[in-house]
Every structure is written in C-alpha cells, then in structure tokens.
Design a protein around this ligand. Structure first.
Ligand code: HEC
Ligand code: CU
Length: 449
C-alpha cells in the first residue's frame, strides 16, 4: 500500500492578504481590549476579598507582599519601556502604503557589540538584583527558620481538611506495635508501625478537628502537612503562600495571624470531584480564649441521658442511638460511653478509602461544616470572612443551628456536595432514615459542644 503525500487541500491562498493593516483591522481590537481592561478593573473593585494576597494579615503574608510590590513595580517599568518603545517605534517608523519601496530598506545593523552587551548585561543585573530579596524571602518563609509555639498536622482528604493538634507534645506518630520505636518521616524508623495509605501511623491521642483550624492570634503556628489520597494544596492567602500536601510525604509550613479574626482559604491543587468545595477556615482567637477553646475540645462530649423506666427517650437520646448504629462506624465522637468506645474505639482511620471521616466530638463548636462550604449556624455566611470571633466560643449557645441544611445533609449528603460514596469517598445518603430519626440526629448533633 502506498501512502499519497499529496496534500488534499491546496496550499495556494484563496484570499489574498494584500496589506498587513487589513489583517489587523479584522481583529476587533478596540472591543477586545476594552473588555479585558474592564474585567480587570471590575475584579479589582470586589468588596469582599477573603482570598486576597494583597491584604496580608500576618508577618509571613506581609513578607510575600513586601517582596511582590517592588518586583511588580520593576516589572511594570520594564513592560512599559519595552512594549511602549515597540509601539512608539512602530508608529513613528511606519511607511505609508503609497510610499512603500521594496528597495528602500532602513540601515541594516549586524553584530553591534555595544548593543548586544547592553541588552545581555542589563537583564542579568536586574535578575541578580531581584534574586537577593527573593531568596531571602523564601528563606524567611521556611518554617524551621524560627520555630513556632504550636504544632498542628494538616491532613488533606477528598474533600475536607483535618487538623491534628499534638496537644501532649509526644509527636504526631504512634508506636503501633508498642516496641518503643516510631515510624519516621520519609520512611525511616520502625516499618512495622507503618499504616496505609498515609504511610504514617498517626497518634490517636492527638486532637482531631475537621474544617476549622483554630489558632492563637499573634503566635507562629507550625504546620506539618500531608494527604490521605491525592495531592492537595493548603492556602490561606492572607496568612501565607501555598504549600502542597502530598500523600506519603510530609511538608512543612507555618502561619501566623496578627489579630483575631477569620481567614479563609481554598484548596490550591485540583484534587478531583469536589476540589472547588474544599475550603479552609482559620479562626485566630486571643490567647486566653484559644486556651479555653483547646480545653473544651479535649473534653468528652456528653451522652444524652437514658430515659427513666417506661418513659420515651428524649430526641437527643434517640438521636444518639441512631448515631451509634448508623454513623459511628465512620465518625468518631469521644464520650464516656464505654459500650460505644468498645464497639467503635477512637480510631481516626475509619471505614473509608481515604481513611477517615470528620471527628464530630465538638461538632457544634465550629462555624462551618462539609469542607467549610456550609455554615453551621443560620445567619453566618461561610464565604464572608467577617465572622465575629468575639462570639466564637459561644456560637453553640447563642446562634441558631442550621437545622434545615443539616437535615438535608444527613438525608442525602451527595446531593448537597458532589461526593463519591460508592467509591468510599465522602458521606453516603441515608434514604432509610425516617424524618423523626433525622430530626433526632440533628438534636443530638446540637449537643456536641
Ligand atoms: C461511610 C462513612 C460515613 C458514614 C456512615 C456517615 N458519614 Fe457523615 N461524613 C462522612 C464523610 C467522609 C464526611 C465529610 C464529607 C465532606 O465534607 O466532604 C462526612 C461529613 C459529615 C458531617 C459534616 C461534618 C463536618 O464537620 O464537616 C456530618 C454532620 C455528618 N457527616 C453526619 C453524619 C451522620 C448523622 C451520619 C449517620 C446518619 C453519618 N454522618 C454517617 C462519612 C460518613
Ligand atoms: Cu483538595
């Protein structure tokens, strides 16, 4: 068989491009340019900008901003000189079509040593100059440059963030086989302690808080990041830059907030189905309030009382029983119920491919749920970063739980947030639960403060 190399379409142009200007005229340059500038302008005018690198609220983010500003100025000057110069020369050097003479060429310059040296050395000097503040800023951002006071492990998971507080200070890892040796960072240490899929035997003594990272304001918080499934990226623009979380690996980062407040973020690395709905919320509290928060998080949640003989159980108690039978196989709730503890020991590595479901021990103390996309309480907008943190510790006492949304979530979570429970990623729907069951579950969840 022979292959014909004859082109099937004629290479002879059918429309003659007579003059360059005609081609340019065909592009709607005016409207395109106007639209692009307008889009830029409008985006800069946004009032509420929770994900704004240009509004640093901590020393790390300030460091990035202080580096960015002078470099932007240099870039803009170079851009204006080069592009502006090109445009000016194009316009003043233009020959009218009727004056065009093929043989009338400008003076041809080849091998102009001075010019070539100049345009090689000038950018080299510029780049070398910029590299000093750049390298020193990168160095400043490295966590171990100045160790912080609180250690938190950040674990990315499809599709929410988990924060592990090493409260007892014995590290993030666990001696699973009890031989006194720990599995270490980057695969060294005791291989018997290795647990798939994290390749890290995480310490079940630590405090696990999903979705909302609560930190003391004015302190550097050291982060150790990893992931249970795919690569995610941790990013709180007003507190620091991005850092990837990689399964089976640890990366290090830190954040600090100058003042109490809420600082939002979004997963910065495409991680599948609900990537866009994997948000973060950092709440910085005054130090005394942070200590109070931590103490409460470490305490057990209450078990609703059993009904007296012959009486109906309270809604909370009924909800608790549904929870124990339907939800506790995935969700940890630390309480004093030894039967439940025996049945479902505290183990964050639940019945899921990605390894764990949110710890619900103190569910009602957070302002957001489901990857920080929904508000736990009516009247709080999860996208609005002006959460009144002075009220944060009292949320569960003063605000009204978002019961309607929670009800919809428990009945059919995959309808509220795209998930893949068939593949054991995310929370399944519970079509078998009656309306009363769900009502009782919501009543029970409201007690978890
Ligand atoms: C198969 C495991 C599994 C079971 C069973 C399960 N869940 Fe979940 N649940 C999850 C996962 C995973 C998430 C996180 C989903 C996300 O945000 O992407 C979640 C999230 C939640 C949340 C939001 C928590 C937060 O802070 O973001 C609540 C509330 C919840 N589940 C309640 C329940 C209740 C009530 C039941 C029992 C009816 C239940 N779950 C059963 C896996 C499970
Ligand atoms: Cu992600």
């Amino acid at each position: 068989m022979s292959v014909s190399l004859t082109p099937t379409t004629s290479l002879t142009p059918t429309t003659k491009i007579r003059k360059g200007r005609n081609f340019v005229r065909r592009l709607p340059l005016g409207p395109t340019g106007a639209l692009a500038s307008l889009a830029l302008l409008v985006s800069a005018c946004a009032e509420d900008k929770p994900l704004n690198t240009f509004e640093p609220r901590g020393p790390k983010a300030q460091g990035i901003y202080d580096l960015m500003t002078p470099i932007w100025i240099i870039m803009i000057v170079v851009f204006v000189v080069v592009v502006g110069g090109t445009l000016v020369l194009t316009v003043i050097g233009r020959v009218k079509p009727e004056d065009y003479d093929e043989n009338d060429l400008p003076k041809q310059v080849h091998g102009h040593t001075v010019a070539e040296l100049a345009w090689t050395i000038a950018p080299a000097i510029l780049l070398a100059g910029v590299s000093f503040p750049m390298v020193s800023a990168i160095w400043d951002l490295e966590r171990d440059n100045k160790p912080g006071e609180l250690d938190v492990m950040v674990i990315g998971q499809q599709w929410y963030w988990e924060y592990r507080y090493d409260v007892d200070g014995d590290g993030f890892f666990e001696d699973v086989d009890g031989d006194g040796e720990l599995y270490g960072i980057e695969g060294d240490g005791d291989q018997d302690d290795k647990e798939w899929p994290l390749n890290l035997a995480l310490d079940d003594d630590d405090l696990s808080v999903p979705n909302q990272l609560v930190i003391p304001a004015g302190q550097q918080v050291d982060l150790t990041l990893t992931s249970r499934d795919v690569v995610h990226s941790f990013w709180i623009p007003r507190l620091n830059g991005k850092r990837d979380t990689v399964p089976g690996r640890l990366t290090f980062w830190s954040i600090d907030a100058d003042k109490p407040g809420e600082y939002n973020g979004a997963c910065g690395e495409f991680c599948g189905l609900s990537h866009a709905r994997m948000r973060m919320s950092v709440v910085a509290l005054p130090e005394a309030e942070f200590d109070q928060w931590l103490k409460n998080q470490m305490s057990l949640s209450e078990v609703p009382e059993e009904p007296a003989q012959g009486q109906d159980p309270s809604p909370e108690r009924a909800g608790y029983e549904v929870f124990a039978s339907q939800c506790a196989r995935c969700h940890v709730v630390n309480n004093s119920d030894s039967a439940l503890q025996e049945l479902y020991p505290k183990d964050f590595e639940a019945d899921l491919l990605s390894g764990a479901a949110p710890d619900l021990t103190k569910f009602a103390t957070r302002s957001v749920f489901a990857g920080a996309i929904f508000s736990q309480y009516s009247g709080i907008d999860p996208d609005d970063d002006n959460l009144d943190v002075t009220n944060y510790l009292q949320l569960a006492g003063t605000e009204r739980l978002n019961e309607a949304l929670l009800t919809r979530w428990i009945k059919n979570a995959p309808e509220e947030k795209a998930m893949y429970p068939e593949g054991r990623r995310g929370m399944p729907a519970f079509p078998g639960l009656s309306d009363t069951d769900v009502e009782n579950l919501v009543a029970y969840l409201a007690t978890l403060d």
